[in-house]
Design a protein around this ligand. Structure first.
Ligand code: G3P
Length: 368
């Protein structure tokens, strides 16, 4: 059965607090009230969710308005934009600040002299960086498919779409809410600490936008994510909005019960690399689930792992069909197996496939 995703309220008070929330302007609550745990919280949108990773990015170049619009049509519950800043302080939708992998910047002679090498979060990166471009300059670029070898069909869209601002993403999401009033948005701030170090406070930019648009408050349909605990905590301090602590494959230390206790002080959910939930064994096949979902739920945290992709190239051994890495494998069975771990949502580049998998999972749940 589908469950309801919680806000943080005790059951006996839920109805009265809902009435209050509708009658009075939202104000940041005391930390204890904001994080009493998952068990007694009020529903927001039913889980488990279908989360469109970078839009419907299996079918359109990622982080384009076309990718987000398609995700809405494919009945995603949640749309995910990643955010980085421009030099003049605008948030734009890109997975990383280096622009060469997903735009045509490398074909633009006028920007050839912007190519440079930086160390971002300890990693040496060479290319063109969003923070070295004004928004007007960014708007002259066009999006390109990130993985043309795996998604050759998407290259037909190369050169068609602009790089969207967060404001433009919000407008598309608002349009999507006319079709699905429960549609959520889950922006992710990238490299928050690095951008702070060069004077671009992306947490403050995001908080200001959410407040200006009335998208703060415990019932806000916007949920903010970050891999960096410092950035996630800062968002939690700056604006009354729900927060996801992402956990990469290199952040094992955040999956322990002790670490989850700390995460539950400022976050509402964890977004772990899927391998922390359903590991891949040495034989390349999906292994037994870990206790992470139960450990997180015990602490009032939702669990929304990433990322499901339907091509053979991205599926565990045993779910592939044939040898062509670009062809779809037996994604449906794998996606159902992921839902069966008890997660509250999953990120996928293929929201349509994930939607079908959730239907199959729920049908199986209803069987006696
Ligand atoms: O935000 C969840 C998921 O998108 C994290 O992975 O690398 O796509 O940002 P990534």
């Amino acid at each position: 059965m589908r469950r309801t995703a919680p806000l943080r309220r005790r059951p006996a008070l839920a109805a009265a607090l809902l009435l209050l929330a509708l009658l009075v302007p939202a104000a940041p609550a005391a930390a204890d009230d904001r994080h009493p745990g998952r068990g007694g919280e009020e529903s927001l949108v039913e889980t488990p969710w279908v989360i469109a990773h970078r839009g419907a990015s299996a079918y359109r170049p990622e982080h384009t308005l076309a990718a987000y619009r398609l995700a809405v049509r494919q009945r995603a519950d949640v749309i995910e934009p990643d955010l980085v800043p421009t030099s003049d302080g605008h948030l734009i939708a890109r997975h990383e600040n280096e622009l060469g992998g997903t735009t045509d910047v490398d074909e633009r002679p006028e920007f050839a002299d912007r190519r440079t090498t930086k160390v971002i979060d300890g990693v040496r990166v060479t290319g063109w960086f969003a923070e070295d471009f004004t928004l007007a300059e960014i708007k002259t670029l066009r999006a390109e498919e990130r993985i043309p070898d795996i998604r050759p069909r998407n290259t037909r869209y190369d050169g068609r779409y602009e790089i969207p601002t967060f404001e433009e993403v919000l407008e598309v999401w608002e349009q999507g809410r006319r079709r699905n009033r429960d549609l959520l948005l889950i922006p992710e701030l990238k490299h928050g600490g690095y951008f702070d170090s060069i004077g671009l406070d992306t947490e403050a930019m995001l908080a200001a936008t959410l407040r200006e648009r009335g998208l703060d408050g415990r019932r806000s349909p916007v949920i903010v994510q970050s891999f960096e605990p410092g950035s996630a905590r800062e968002v939690d301090r700056l604006v009354d909005v729900r927060v996801v602590q992402l956990i990469s494959g290199a952040q094992r230390e955040l999956t322990t019960p002790g670490a989850l206790d700390e995460v539950a002080e400022y976050a509402d959910a964890i977004g772990p690399d899927l391998r922390w939930v359903l590991p891949i064994g040495a034989d390349g096949r999906a292994d037994e689930p870990t206790p992470l979902v139960a450990d997180a739920h015990d602490r009032g945290l939702l669990v929304t792992p990433y990322t499901l992709r339907s091509e053979n190239a991205h599926l565990p051994d045993g779910y592939d069909i044939g040898a062509d890495p670009t062809r779809y494998g037996d994604y449906l069975d794998y996606y159902v197996a992921v839902y069966a771990t008890g997660v509250d949502g999953v990120f996928s580049d293929n929201p349509d496939h994930l939607y079908r998998a959730r239907e199959a999972y729920e049908r199986a749940q209803r069987r006696p």
